[in-house]
Ligand binder design. Structure first.
Ligand code: PLP
Ligand code: TYF
Length: 396
């Protein structure tokens, strides 16, 4: 049966973790995977999460099946984070939300639903994008193409190229957009640019699919929702996948959601029924723990305030690491890395080549993705000098 099975390639990012774990050097540093670490180098368990978990343990709640679309209080909280508490769309019943297995699970539910809706659609992802975007949409049966995005020369966005790529897509193509904190580059669009993207989507009859994996990591919860809010105001129907993996530091609990904006309440009811069908045939219904914890935090004024403070601490620490890295590289004569300060979220496209990344790993025990992506959220006061020195050495 399995004689002809070929060995599948490793995930380029998660595969790095395996290599890192096998490295015996005490000074090794993992800047590969997108995970936030504290200054002590640990994945935090947020205080708000701990409090909600304790409350849940004490309540000794039974573990029956959840509704197919998940916990109602969770879905509502997700909608308010994405669209704003006072959103007209929410009041009009134009948003359908289902709890999902992380942001990845949300993307897959959305993809499977679109496959039923527009089976011949093409999916366009940014060049470059999160590795899993292409694989996920291909596995849902779509051809996947790239739209122009990153400009290595300027460390910015090739916006004219992006608009031209989008305008050239066939009608009803799915456009996957990073709502904030672009992975892997850290380079986001400005509000004016977002407005133009909305206009192209409208004019060319494209299906926007916003992926929001890092809300709160750039400027704040509300600020980072700006792109979603622009699409909400546009009158378009669109998709949003969202994740609490990073913002709640709940990577392993798989807490995410798929939200779908429709034209009216009646469409919403029919869309929800189809989304439930997709979920039912994938995993029936979502798990209880992560969703309960997140809903408890978001719906308790005290815990929510605590969470927002903790999220702010994570955001500020990442920014501090950006500034310090840039300053240290400049002091070492490694050149002007000022663009790293302008990048947003966990990642930085450092500009290092694949060959330089190899030297970093082999000679210095510093792990980065071969594209030159580094996870700034894994830098800390103890490893940043070593990282800066190693990068400077590699660039000499
Ligand atoms: N989308 C993007 C852009 C991401 O960077 C990630 C990162 O993990 C995800 C989706 C997946 O999120 P999750 O880990 O919640 O599945
Ligand atoms: O880009 C990252 O590092 C995170 C984590 O298949 C991740 O988004 C990476 C690869 C993957 C799943 C999650």
């Amino acid at each position: 049966l399995f004689a002809s099975v070929e060995l599948a390639p490793r995930d380029p990012i998660l595969g790095l973790n395996e290599a890192f774990n096998a490295d015996t050097r005490a000074t090794k540093v993992n800047l590969g995977v997108g995970v936030y670490f504290t200054d002590e180098g640990k994945i935090p368990l947020l205080r708000a999460v701990k409090a909600a978990e304790q409350a849940r343990l004490e309540a000794a709640a039974p573990r029956g099946y959840l509704p197919i679309e998940g916990i109602a209080a969770y879905d509502k909280a997700v909608q308010e984070l994405l669209f704003g508490k006072d959103s007209a769309l929410l009041a009009d019943g134009r948003v359908v939300t289902a709890q999902a297995l992380g942001g990845t699970g949300a993307l897959k539910i959305g993809a499977d639903f679109i496959k039923r809706l527009v089976p011949d659609a093409t999916v366009a992802i940014s060049d470059p994008s999160w590795e899993n975007h292409r694989a996920l949409f291909e596995s849902a049966g779509f051809p996947v193409v790239n739209y122009r995005y990153y400009d290595a020369e300027t460390h910015g966005v090739n916006f004219a190229g992006m608009l031209a790529s989008l305008a050239a897509l066939p009608a009803k193509s799915v456009v996957v957009l990073h709502a904030c904190c672009h992975n892997p580059t850290g380079v986001d669009l400005t509000t004016e640019q977002w407005q133009q993207v909305v206009a192209v989507c409208k004019e060319k009859d494209l299906i926007p699919f916003l992926d929001m994996a890092y809300q709160g990591f750039a400027d704040g919860i509300e600020e980072d929702g700006a792109a979603v809010r622009l699409f909400a105001d546009s009158g378009l129907s669109f998709f949003v996948s969202s994740s609490f993996s990073k913002s709640f530091s709940l990577y392993g609990e798989r807490v995410g959601a798929i939200s779908i904006v429709t034209q009216n309440k009646d469409e919403s009811a029919r869309v929800l029924s189809q989304v439930k069908r997709v979920i039912r045939t994938n995993y029936s219904n979502p798990p209880t723990h992560g969703g309960t914890v997140v809903a408890t935090v978001l719906n308790s004024p005290e815990l929510r305030a605590m969470w927002e403070e903790e999220l702010g601490e994570m955001r500020d620490r990442i920014k501090l690491m950006r500034t310090q890295l840039v300053d240290k590289l400049a002091a070492l004569g490694a050149g002007d890395f000022g663009f790293v300060k302008a990048q947003r979220g966990m990642f930085s496209y450092s500009g290092l080549s694949a060959a330089q990344v190899d030297v970093l790993r082999e000679q210095h025990g510093i792990y980065a993705v071969s594209t030159g992506r580094i996870c700034v959220a894994a830098l800390n006061s103890r490893n940043i000098d070593a990282v800066a020195s190693a990068v400077a050495a590699v660039l000499k």
